[in-house]
Ligand binder design. Structure first.
Ligand SMILES: [Zn+2]
Length: 332
């Protein structure tokens, strides 16, 4: 058993309480590679932002959970080396689907876990979440649970249709599970194709797809029922058009990729939403930089040559999110 506290990590409790009060949201960035980890830490240190580094099922399959845990430990030490004496870094399990997996992560040093029973019947979702909460809280690990189903594809998590969270269920659910935060479904979606063209309208000037707006009425109803309770938004990449254009210009094929407009995320950050998950935007930033570099330098083959601009581009994106969308800068 390794406690996250020995590793210099923190749980989300205090971080979320401050974020809800302060009207901003904590960035939750997924990571699979060293370059992503470095870019996240550099961005968080330079902007003085708390940060959640999260590990999905796909990341565990790709990089191995033990390696990722050591990378998170390395992230804390790296942040200190970059001049941040007390970094606020959470290592979070994204979309844990069983009690055993959540327990494994808690036992190896994760400071926060998500138990995603959102596809289960209501009572089963509660029972599973409560079991995880009871175990996690013994070790002061915080737990995110989910109510409502997001559409889209994220690693092995996928659903063709979304079911908005029912505000009438949130009090009962949060009380009976004892969860520390709640992921809700109000129209965000996993992946780089959050909406089909049929769900969108087209901007007559640019011809670009305009996605349907988030259901702020549901968010506000939930806030009224659970004043001050930390709310989480998954699937909140914006799918920046310039990165998509770069990818397509240099041989990629991502027609009609569409995300959540940043103005809407900015508005959500000011509410009880205190954690916003961003994964696809990092993938796009990395791929755009690599495609461009390799197209412009066809004779280069040292991975460091193309991973360096990829890392820079991700860092630029992370800083932009922290400062211009979530508002979590200067909070350390
Ligand atoms: Zn998710």
């Amino acid at each position: 058993m390794v406690s996250y506290k020995e590793l210099g990590l923190v749980n989300t409790r205090e971080m979320f309480a401050k974020a809800v009060k302060g009207g901003y949201a904590i960035p939750a960035f997924n990571f699979n590679t060293m370059e992503q980890m470095q870019a996240i830490v550099q961005a968080a240190v330079e902007t003085k932002s708390p940060v959640i580094m999260q590990v999905s099922k796909g990341a565990r399959n790709y990089a191995n959970a033990t390696i990722l845990r050591y990378m998170a430990q390395g992230a804390v030490e790296y942040a200190k080396e970059l001049g941040c004496p007390n970094p606020q870094i959470v290592l979070h399990l994204d979309h844990g689907d069983t009690f055993e997996l959540c327990k494994d992560c808690i036992d190896m040093g994760f400071s926060s876990v998500m138990i995603d029973g959102s596809s289960l019947p209501y009572e089963e979702n509660i029972a599973l979440a409560k079991k995880v909460v009871d175990y996690a809280h013994k070790y002061d690990v915080t737990v995110e649970a989910e109510l409502g189903v997001l559409a889209g594809v994220e690693d092995e998590v996928s659903s063709a249709v979304s079911h908005y969270t029912k505000p009438e269920e949130v009090i009962d659910f949060s009380q009976r599970t004892g969860c520390d935060s709640l992921a809700i479904s109000i129209g965000t979606s996993h992946g780089a194709y959050k909406f089909t063209p049929a769900q969108c309208t087209r901007d007559p000037k640019t011809g670009k797809l305009v996605p349907p707006p988030l259901a702020f009425d549901i968010l506000h109803e939930i806030e009224k029922k659970l004043p001050g309770f930390p709310i989480v938004l998954h699937g909140s990449s914006s799918v920046p058009q310039d990165e998509v254009d770069t990818i397509n210009k240099y041989g990629g094929k991502l027609p009609d990729a569409v995300g959540i407009p940043e103005e809407q995320l900015r508005e959500a950050s000011k509410s009880a939403v205190c954690k916003i998950n961003i994964d696809s935007d990092s993938r796009l930033a990395m791929t755009a930089a690599i495609r461009k570099y390799l197209a412009e330098n066809p004779s280069h083959f040292d991975p460091r040559q193309y991973l360096k601009p990829a890392r820079e581009n991700m860092k630029k994106m992370y800083i932009h999110k922290i400062v211009n969308v979530l508002g979590s800068n200067d909070k350390l």
